[in-house]
Every structure is written in structure tokens, then in C-alpha cells.
Ligand binder design. Structure first.
Ligand SMILES: Cc1cc2nc3c(=O)[nH]c(=O)nc-3n(C[C@H](O)[C@H](O)[C@H](O)COP(=O)(O)O)c2cc1C
Length: 348
């Protein structure tokens, strides 16, 4: 089995939802893109889809500086995330709700969770889990998958009503997992309120209460400006994810690669800075690391790998990403992740 074969199978299962194109670039012509006029968002971007497109074009615009004269080396992609050693600075993003696009025949939520958490673990890295309207205090397939992986996972909850969120965080803590967090940009969710699960903007005070409510490292996902990044650092978040939710919560944002550099400079010494949005290859990963990220998350490609190949499919995708990252490091003169800096970007 190969990544290509997984994608062929995913193409059949996701017919009408996702074209599983050779490059998932958020181009306006793609079948997932364009105004949904009140219909479910599917797998594309919100509104015109420009925020999803911007993630991809921002990365595409960067060029790598090929640098070859020097001693031979085999690149080392190993790193740590919140003191856990991982094989690569690439993790599975917190994606959820894929079964709502086309019924349980696409992939059940339980299988999506197992595929991402266990597939990432087999590749030596970490799977994040998301939150969707079918989840409740008593229905948490995400936590069961993480328990099956002996706590090897990260749980990101939607910014639900505060008391419920505190309860869910307490339940998460029982799994002794790597970290817990909230996607603050989830307050722009289309599906949650539509299904009677309201989501909210969160004040600094409320976020601080969440951080202090748990001994687990806390992650704030959905940071797109210096102001929010500084608040996250001030209230004791262990990590942030620079993310516009794959362009699914606000039309017309910049691409994440555009805002990452200033955020990394401002708070990179205080919190671990992760980023996601449009990352499809190890070459993209290298660009994000050069812009100051310590690690990246991959969303849509992980969904396709899980739908097409389950646990093994996700493992294959992550290993492919690791391989292309190593190749990119070798060709730009970086033997370890510490060697990566803006110098490897051409004309930046
Ligand atoms: C179908 C779908 C479902 C998602 N569900 C969640 C979720 O439940 N929680 C969350 O934090 N992010 C969610 N995201 C956003 C991803 O975690 C991630 O930020 C985004 O997909 C990264 O961009 P990429 O898909 O271009 O790699 C979802 C994204 C997609 C495409």
C-alpha cells in the first residue's frame, strides 16, 4: 500500500465532498470551495474560501535556498514536544466530524480518532483530537482513542460553555495525556451552534481559569495576531497553534505563514509555537520551521489518509512527510532542526 493508493480510496469515499486532488491547495475552482449559502461547510473554507487559499499561496510564495557544499550528513528530524520525544516536528491536526459530510460510510468518528491517534503514534509522533457537535460528556471517542494509545495524544476542546468545558478538561485529565487545550477560533464554528452546542468567545479571565484548572500543559489553538499570542503567553499557556482553522472560521484572513514570523519573534521564547494551514509536504514543513515554528500540524491530508487507509494510512502519510522533510533539510544544509533558520529561505 502507498500514500497514493490511500488517496485513491479516499477519493471514492469522499466523492462530492473532496476531490482528493494531487495538491490540496484551496484553489477557488476546487469542488470543496466557494460560498455554501447556508449549506454545511464540508471540507473547504468559509465564504469565498480565500483564507484557505491564502494558507497555501503564502507557503507557495516562499522559496528554499539550495545549499550543497559541505560535509555529507543524514538529517535528523527528531525533536521534543512538551518534553516528549517525537520522530519529527509534524503532528496530526485536531480534525473531527468527517462522518457528518456523508454518513458513517465515509469513516466513523471512532475510526477517525483511532486512525489519527494510533497512526501518528506508530510513526513516532502525536495525533491531536478535535471536538464536534456529536461529542458530549458521555460520548468521547477522542479520549477513548487516546486511552488506547496509553495517553499518547493531545485533546483540543471547542470553546463551549465554561462550566461544561471545565468538566470536560477534568475528564481529559483522567487519561494522563500529553496536553489539553481549546481552539479559541472554534467560536466561529458553523456546525456546533446549528446542532444545539453553542460556542463562545473567551475572555482572558475565562482562559486563565481553564489553564489553572488542570495540571496538564495547556494549548491555545487559533492564534492569528500578536495581541492574542501575548495574552496566551501571559496566562500560562504551554503552547499556541498559529492557525485560522484551515480557513474555516473567518473569510479574508492572511495565510498562517504570513503572521507566523512576527508571532514567533514576540512569544517564541515563552511558549512553544506550532502552526498549521496548507502544509502538504516536508518542504512546506521546512518553510514553517524557518519562519519560527517549533512544529506543525497537518489537517486535510491526515483526513484523506485516515479515510483511505485507516491507522496504516496515517502512519504512511506521516512517514512520507518525515522523508520529504529530511530531503529538504539535506538539500538546504540543515543536519538537525537546530540548523533551520530564515537563512534557508531565498530572498526572505
Ligand atoms: C473537516 C475539518 C474538521 C476540523 N475540525 C476541527 C476540530 O474539531 N477542532 C479543531 O481544533 N480544528 C479543526 N479543524 C482545523 C484543523 O485542526 C486545522 O487547523 C486545519 O485543518 C489545518 O489546515 P489544513 O487542513 O490545510 O492542513 C478542522 C479542519 C477540517 C478541514
Amino acid at each position: 500500500m502507498s500514500v497514493e493508493e490511500d488517496r485513491e480510496r479516499a477519493k471514492v469515499k469522499l466523492k462530492g465532498v473532496c476531490g482528493v486532488y494531487r495538491i490540496c491547495d484551496g484553489h477557488p475552482s476546487r469542488l470543496c470551495q466557494g460560498q455554501s449559502y447556508g449549506r454545511p461547510l464540508g471540507i473547504g473554507g468559509i465564504g469565498s474560501g480565500a483564507s484557505f487559499t491564502a494558507n497555501c499561496t503564502a507557503l507557495e510564495a516562499l522559496r528554499l535556498k539550495m545549499r550543497l557544499i559541505g560535509e555529507h550528513f543524514e538529517p535528523d528530524t527528531k525533536t521534543t514536544f512538551l518534553r516528549n520525544e517525537i520522530s519529527m516536528p509534524i503532528m496530526g491536526a485536531s480534525v473531527s466530524g468527517v462522518n457528518s459530510f456523508g454518513g458513517d460510510s465515509v469513516i466513523t468518528e471512532k475510526e477517525l480518532c483511532r486512525s489519527i491517534v494510533l497512526g501518528c503514534k506508530k510513526a513516532g509522533t502525536i495525533g491531536f483530537r478535535g471536538d464536534t457537535y456529536t461529542y458530549s460528556y458521555d460520548n468521547t471517542p477522542c479520549l477513548e482513542a487516546i486511552a488506547e494509545a496509553k495517553g499518547w495524544g493531545v485533546k483540543i476542546w471547542k470553546p463551549r460553555e465554561q462550566e461544561m468545558l471545565l468538566k470536560l478538561i477534568r475528564k481529559t485529565e483522567e487519561q494522563n495525556i500529553i496536553a489539553v487545550g481549546v481552539d479559541i477560533d472554534g467560536c466561529g464554528s458553523y456546525a456546533m451552534p446549528k446542532h444545539g452546542k453553542p460556542v463562545f468567545r473567551k475572555s482572558e479571565k475565562e482562559l486563565k481559569e481553564l489553564v489553572n484548572s488542570t495540571k496538564l500543559p495547556f494549548i491555545l489553538k487559533g492564534i492569528m495576531c500578536i495581541e492574542d499570542a501575548e495574552i496566551a503567553a501571559d496566562i500560562g499557556a504551554a503552547a499556541i497553534v498559529v492557525s485560522n482553522h484551515g480557513g474555516r472560521v473567518l473569510d479574508s484572513t492572511p495565510g498562517t505563514a504570513e503572521v507566523l514570523p512576527e508571532i514567533a519573534v514576540k512569544v517564541g521564547k515563552k511558549v512553544v509555537v506550532l502552526v498549521d494551514g496548507g502544509i502538504r509536504t516536508g518542504y512546506d514543513v521546512l518553510k514553517m520551521l524557518a519562519l519560527g515554528a517549533k512544529g506543525v500540524l497537518v489537517g486535510r491530508d491526515v483526513i484523506r489518509a485516515a479515510v483511505g487507509g485507516g491507522i496504516a494510512g496515517v502512519q504512511r502519510l506521516m512517514e512520507y512527510l518525515q522523508k520529504t522533510l529530511a530531503k529538504a533539510m539535506k538539500m538546504t544544509g540543515c543536519s538537525s532542526l537546530n540548523d533551520i533558520s530564515r537563512n534557508i529561505l531565498y530572498n526572505y
